[in-house]
Design a protein around this ligand. Structure first.
Ligand code: SAM
Length: 472
């Protein structure tokens, strides 16, 4: 029985509720008046439930699609302005005891060179990332209790935070590691992680079992209930995601929103972020073999519908996607992107090109961070290296209330500009720097409070004089 408040995976991600939602969507998706009603509700900026969102996603009436995209763009602007937060993944270890059919880390892959970073290696990686200008990382590791125990992850986080290279520092470490216990989540919280990210891969229980034939990840309930344990362990910023392409995208989309509704119902706070990875070619992995691929148009629709359904939830897109796709979905709702990513263990300190044997998946966007920053500014976006919220204790519902209070332009906007200024001073090429200085001058004027604007202006001048790390 469907019950969003239940702590049992099969009840809050109820298969029958998903199937009946898809029937409901089929019945109403061609009804222009019904779709208008959903769009009107979305205009209130309080979100949509999974039935409404699934119906909107299924609607192919051209004029409604245009309205959907226009509204997604508007909501994106209202909640996130023109800021795009930048981050990089850091792969710690590709040892893994699981057998995920879509991932080259699976344990049967005997020719993939296995590697785990030592603490010295991590210093080298973080130094290279700081030299690019990164301030926010997402650490990634395979699941291997013997090779990558939690103690290793905790030690690595401490090392990452300790590296101070020139003016660099990593100020937020998000963590993408396998589902674990409440006790372990408590330790991750104590290690001052930002968001705990775990992709569901697929919400379809039978497909999940087939795609994860062995290893601890085989357990659907353990994996699906992980975010509840994370929240019980005190982590209130959690990041959901589906690996699109494994199962039917309408099924996954509906279940993803049911998961968000469940977190809100039980913990009073929805997901901090939603990631939208698509399965990519990798060593021994052919995305075509999963038979559920989605084209770029459907992908863009999914992003737009997520934006309307959960306006307060950040949306993340990685370098799995090409520049062209990223350009499209950034406008429709994506708020965070990775830049200059390497998906092999040790890939930042080692400048040789990544080979297919060691990368986790093929990266489509291979530009440098400087190129990504210049590209964003060329489209009038503000590349932001801000990490202020969680360092100021604005996590979980406190972050949500900042969004809801309408104070973002007095807080996130100047923070983005100050961190961009640091980037320009320390890492940018001359052309990027010129673009950035002009953008900062323009965007400062948009800070509504004269008082905050003045402080931001003063701080930006101090950054030019060598001071660092201001935040509201
Ligand atoms: N081991 C952790 C776990 O089990 O959740 C997470 C780390 S894994 C390195 C990060 C994510 O990469 C996975 O959750 C999966 O969604 C994604 N991934 C794996 N293979 C992929 C592929 N071929 N293409 C795109 N993404 C992939």
């Amino acid at each position: 029985m469907y019950n969003p408040q239940s702590l049992r995976a099969e009840e809050f991600i109820d298969h029958d509720e998903i199937m009946s939602t898809l029937e409901f969507a089929d019945k109403h998706c061609g009804d222009a008046a019904f779709i208008d009603g959903i769009l009107d509700k979305a205009r209130l900026r309080k979100g949509l439930d999974h039935r409404e969102a699934a119906t909107l996603l299924s609607c192919t009436l051209p004029e409604k699609t245009a309205a959907l995209y226009a509204l997604a763009e508007q909501i994106k602007k209202d909640f996130y302005g023109n800021r795009i937060v930048l981050f990089a993944p850091l792969y710690l270890s590709n040892y893994c005891v699981n057998s995920c059919l879509y991932c080259p880390y699976h344990r049967q892959n005997r020719h993939m060179p296995r590697k785990k970073l030592s603490q010295e290696d991590i210093v080298a990686e973080v130094t290279a990332l700081q030299d690019m200008g990164h301030k926010r990382l997402a650490i990634e590791a395979g699941e291997d209790p013997a090779m990558n125990p939690l103690e290793y992850i905790l030690e690595s986080i401490a090392t990452i935070y300790s590296v101070r290279h020139r003016n660099g520092s990593i100020r937020r470490v998000n963590v993408n590691i396998a589902a674990t216990t409440v006790e372990d989540y408590r330790k991750l919280k104590e290690a001052q992680i930002g968001t705990y990210i775990l992709f569901q891969e697929t919400y379809h229980k039978e497909s999940y079992a087939r795609l994860h034939p062995a290893g601890p990840k085989h357990d659907y309930a353990w994996h699906t209930e992980a975010m509840d344990r994370a929240m019980q362990g005190g982590i209130d910023d959690v990041g959901l995601g589906v690996l699109f392409g494994l199962e039917s995208w309408r099924y996954e989309f509906t279940a993803l929103l049911m998961h968000a509704e469940h977190l809100e119902a039980v913990h009073g706070v929805g997901p901090h972020t939603i990631s939208v990875p698509r399965v990519k070619k990798a060593d021994g992995i052919d995305p075509g073999s999963f038979d559920n691929g989605l084209d770029d148009d459907i992908f863009a629709r999914i992003c737009a519908c997520i934006r309307l359904a959960v306006p307060y939830t950040g949306m993340i897109i990685s370098t799995r996607e090409s520049q062209a796709v990223r350009e499209k979905v950034i406008r429709l709702g994506v708020s965070q992107i990775s830049g200059a990513s390497r998906t092999s263990v040790g890939g930042y300190a080692d400048p040789t090109p990544e080979d297919e044997d060691s990368a986790q998946f093929d990266v489509s966007d291979r530009r440098s961070l400087d190129e990504v920053v210049a590209w964003l500014m060329g489209m009038d976006f503000i590349p932001s290296f801000c990490t202020a919220c969680y360092r100021q204790g604005r996590t979980g519902d406190r972050f949500m209330s900042l969004c809801k209070s309408g104070q973002i332009l007095n807080c996130c906007h100047p923070n983005a500009l100050m961190t961009l200024k640091e980037y320009l001073e320390d890492y940018a090429s001359p052309d990027t720097r010129a673009l950035g200085e002009a953008l900062i001058a323009r965007e400062l004027e948009k800070v509504p409070s004269a008082h905050v604007r003045e402080i931001a202006r003063r701080n930006i001048a101090a950054i030019a004089q060598g001071k660092r790390d201001f935040r509201f």
